[in-house]
Write a protein that binds this ligand. Structure first.
Ligand code: BMA
Length: 846
């Protein structure tokens, strides 16, 4: 039995920024009220919200216009150049001041350069948004009124001053010198709001020496065969000679997984308790099983009496990143609990520019959207922030694995000691905070820095000498290949991957090994079909923009502007320099000219969904050569035309609905070439059932020409299950008049897959006849019954004019005679709504 006893001073442990789980606090006082703020130099104080940001405080006080509206962003740039003061008066009781124990002031996060003053005395200056800070303040507190002041200095000015100290210019401008969310400085989907503020909770913690302390947590485990063996660490106050017993139970069944009994030697005891769970239930990702987490209870008995009890939820799993040499190059896939898993997901960005406004349930709903779309992984992209606890907790519960970047993206970073040590402290804290989550699958050093350095022409652009170039890349390698790698190695069992992607998309090797970002579509202006040829081992980025729902656009366009691509607000809410032109170029390749702006918005979503479907079909059909697909991007941080599948308020674009069908664990797909149609069956989930599929060929008028039953017995990630010669159909009816569907017969239902041989612009679609019935389903919300009476209806979309409408499915093809029942899942209230529910399909757009 491994047993370790030593004296531990709790406050010291806390101050070292570690083992919070090991410290039972006596009392927590949240310092979230009475805050005031002002621009440095102003005399007037205004009420502030903590946690918060200076932008949202200015907005709440009516000092600035809504930052996301119209082109307001432009007029709000002055904020980043100012310094901002926050103060708060708070009360401390005599008892707390007189008590012998410690008082600790803890900041969950300060964004970013902050001087902390307590009762007129400076405590510290901070310089990293991604770190938490804690101070022993017992001697500095008064009984009665106390004052905390935080002075934020302009991060932009600090960054610019740092930049001047270097003898060369690093790509990334002033932002790279500051450990602050890089997207705040503007991105090709995000506005520039370099905000500041107390963005995480502020707490005053009182510890009393005479209070009994008991705390514990999982320290390590291994899975052998089907048993989990590991250690729990337990820490408690003791008197030498006391007998103690610590028992680890299942909190629901009361089964005992481990216990330890002995006599205490010191005043405080820290020990490792060995435990074994036989035939353990493991944590699985979405689609592969249950993301099971054990409800554990740790009980402490001292001298035979129950002295303390603690509950923990723990998920057990093994995760490996497998990279084995093969004839093409090397594999790149994840094994969860020993099973190779095809990864389906997207890239996640911060869900707001003002993160304190995002609530716990917002994170939960976002992750639920990922799970509903049959995803099993999200990549937390390196230009944002390490996400909120609520995000990872939701990922644990819903089986969404997390590819976690460290927060560096698309730039080169300094290599001086102060910067590196700051990053090391940040990385230690974040790995400690996040690594315990069963959802965590990988730590990645950065986004697109290795690729940028090797392919984006920085050497020429910044005219580096050979020596400077070598030194910059050396700094890069030290940070991402040595220092961060060593932190992950020492604190985590997860794989570490220095940079995503490992090789740039212009290079053929990028498709043979490592993970790949393929941007030949969009950035390279290649047609969607290129995705078939450009499928690598793990596609961690690729994407195409789509406009947000029309009602979202309406919400940011001033009433005096006509809704059009020429509207200044519509232009402003596109951050890619040639974004709208690029959409137009691709629209011309695949769609007829939309007749008006409303149709344009809808077609832009179809275009995006078409592009992503082409990619995802290609990735799935080429499994297991390719073992993962994460499109760019899952969500938005403000209302904008971007690569996302959902807008900032989680309103779904056509892409989000499409992805749910493509990522179905039993999806089917089609592809045609050389007058042959190939049918593929995919099994990316766990069940092994025989599937009976039905392939049908129709004319676009809806005449059934052919049916074929296909039996699928093997549950491979991808297999071709049928080949259909197309010539007879094409000869008789023409490629532009054919419509193919695959649906399942018993026993399992899968989303219907439909397919055409020519781009939508060449389809000879007749105007279909669609009818709608909308009714209230006795307290179960609004139900829409949509029927197709005549002709094949392509990309059927149910909508209302004034608000975004979310349904359990939307943007699908329909056959004549088909009726679908859909539930409205957003807050649309049918009986009270003056707005009519409408339906359109592609044929209505021209
Ligand atoms: C990717 C991302 C982002 C960017 C996106 C679209 O590579 O890493 O930097 O927003 O491209 O251009």
């Amino acid at each position: 039995m491994a047993r370790k006893l030593f004296v531990c001073v709790i406050v010291m442990v806390l101050l070292a920024g570690s083992a919070c789980s090991l410290a039972a606090q006596e009392k927590v006082q949240l310092l979230h009220s009475n805050w005031k703020f002002r621009k440095k130099g102003d005399s007037l104080w205004m009420p502030a919200t903590v946690p918060g940001t200076v932008h949202t405080d200015l907005l709440a006080n009516g000092k600035i216009a809504q930052p996301y509206f119209g082109t307001n962003e432009t007029n709000l740039q002055w904020i980043e150049n100012e310094d901002w003061e926050y103060i708060c008066d708070f009360f401390v009781s005599i008892a707390d001041v007189k008590s012998e124990g410690e008082a600790v002031l803890e900041f969950g996060g300060l964004d970013t350069y902050a001087e902390i003053w307590l009762n007129g005395e400076k405590l510290d200056s901070t310089n990293n948004m991604f770190r938490s800070w804690a101070y022993g303040v017992k001697e500095k507190l008064h009984s009665g009124n106390n004052q905390l002041a935080i002075i934020f200095s302009s991060a932009v000015k600090r960054g610019k001053a740092e930049a001047k100290k270097l003898r060369y210019t690093l790509p990334g401008d002033e932002k790279i010198f500051t450990r602050k969310a890089q997207y705040q400085y503007g991105w090709d989907w995000g506005p520039r709001f370099v905000t500041c503020g107390i963005w995480k909770p502020v707490k005053l913690l009182f510890f009393r020496p005479d209070t009994f302390i008991f705390a514990g947590g999982l320290s390590t485990y291994t899975i052998e065969e089907s048993d989990v063996r590991g250690q729990f660490i337990a820490h408690f106050d003791s008197n030498p000679g006391d007998t103690f017993k610590v028992i680890l139970h299942n909190a629901e069944t009361d089964d005992i997984y481990g216990s330890i009994a002995a006599a205490a030697v010191y005043n405080q005891t820290t020990l490792d308790l060995d435990f074994t769970i036989k035939n353990a239930r493991l944590w699985w990702c979405n689609g592969q099983g249950e993301p099971y987490q054990y409800p554990l209870r740790l009980d402490l008995y001292i001298n035979g009496k129950l002295a303390g009890s603690e509950k923990h939820r723990v998920g057990f799993r093994t995760i490996e990143l497998v990279q084995e040499k093969d004839t093409a190059g090397a594999s790149f896939y994840f094994k969860l609990n020993g099973k190779p898993v095809f990864v389906k997901g997207a890239n996640y960005i911060p869900p707001s520019n003002f993160l304190p406004s995002v609530k716990k349930y917002d994170y939960e709903l976002l992750v639920a959207d990922a799970a509903k779309a049959n995803m099993n992984m999200l990549r937390v992209w390196g230009g944002g922030v390490y996400a909120d606890d609520a995000f990872y907790n939701a990922c644990d519960s819903l089986g969404i694995m997390v590819w976690q970047d460290f927060m560096f993206a698309c730039a080169m970073y300094p290599g001086d000691d102060v910067f590196i040590e700051n990053v090391m402290a940040e990385a230690r804290q974040q790995v400690k905070r996040l690594d315990k989550h069963p959802c965590m699958a990988l730590w990645c050093g950065n986004n697109e820095i290795d690729e940028g350095w090797k392919n984006w022409g920085w050497q020429k652009q910044y005219k580096y000498s050979a020596a400077d170039s070598a030194s910059i890349y050396d700094d890069y390698k030290t940070l991402f290949e040595v220092r961060l790698a060593s932190i992950v190695k020492s604190q985590s069992k997860l794989p570490y991957w220095p940079s995503s992607p490992s090789i740039g998309w212009g290079r053929p090797e990028s498709l043979k090994q490592g993970d790949a970002h393929y941007w030949g579509v969009w950035w390279g202006m290649q047609p969607f079909e290129i995705y078939r040829e450009k499928t690598g081992r793990f596609m961690s980025e690729y994407g195409f923009q789509g406009m947000p729902p029309l009602s979202t656009i309406r919400s940011f366009v001033p009433p005096n502007e006509t809704l059009s691509l020429e509207s200044p607000a519509v232009k402003h809410h596109q951050k890619h320099p040639t974004g709208y032109q690029t959409i137009q170029t691709y629209m011309d390749m695949y769609y007829r000219k939309p007749k008006d702006f409303e149709s344009y918005v809808y077609v832009s979503q179809l275009l995006q969904a078409r592009g992503m479907r082409t990619a995802i079909d290609a990735h799935l059909q080429q499994a297991p050569y390719c073992m993962g697909t994460l499109y760019w991007q899952f969500n938005d941080c403000w209302p904008v035309t971007s690569w996302s599948g959902m807008d900032v308020n989680r309103n779904k674009k056509a892409l989000q609905y499409t992805v749910e069908r493509l990522y179905h664990p039993k999806a089917v797909s089609m592809h045609h070439a050389n007058d042959t149609l190939d049918v593929y069956a995919h099994c990316t989930g766990k069940d092994s059932v025989v599937r009976r599929l039905e392939l049908c060929v129709y004319t676009l008028k809806g005449k059934l020409l052919y049916t074929k039953e296909i039996i699928v017995e093997d549950n491979l990630i991808s297999q071709r299950v049928f080949r259909l010669p197309l010539q007879p159909f094409i000869k008789k009816y023409g490629a532009d008049k054919l419509h193919f569907t695959i649906k399942s017969k018993q026993p399992q239902r899968i989303p219907v897959c439909s397919y055409q041989l020519v781009p939508p612009k060449d389809l000879r679609l007749a105007k279909p006849k669609l009818t709608l019935k909308v009714f209230e389903d006795k307290g179960r919300g609004t139900v829409v019954l949509v029927s197709c009476k005549k002709g094949v209806a392509k990309d059927v979309c149910i909508y209302v004019n004034s608000i975004p409408l979310n349904l359990d499915d939307n943007f699908f093809d329909m056959l004549p005679g088909e009726t679908r029942i859909l539930h409205i899942t957003s807050g649309f209230n049918y009986p009270n709504s003056k707005d009519a529910v409408k339906v359109r399909s592609l044929a209505d757009t021209y």
